[in-house]
Design a protein around this ligand. Sequence first.
Ligand SMILES: [Zn+2]
Length: 103
Amino acid sequence: MSYSHLEDTKPKARRPHRCGLCGRSIDKGESHIKRVGVDDGDFISFRMHIYCESLTKDWDYMDWECHDESEFRYYLDKMQEHATAAHPPSPPLESHTETSCPV
Ligand SMILES: [Zn+2]
């Protein structure tokens, strides 16, 4: 088992593709990552959403080997929940500080 990475490009889809990470569609005209490599002598290309690819920056070889689309979608949803939790719609808190305001 050997894999050599050749290049990543960021083309716009000329026809719909399927994201190799989450399994969801990459729409026609959508910019995405196209990764090209040689796997055991076979020329392969692998397309991914830009966002999906950004989540794999700290993946090691085993993460790629064990990658599972449904697990990745679960992970994606977790990331989105986390992003929402990090920026919650701010509730009006002013009422709590009014009494300490001398104006
Ligand atoms: Zn994707």
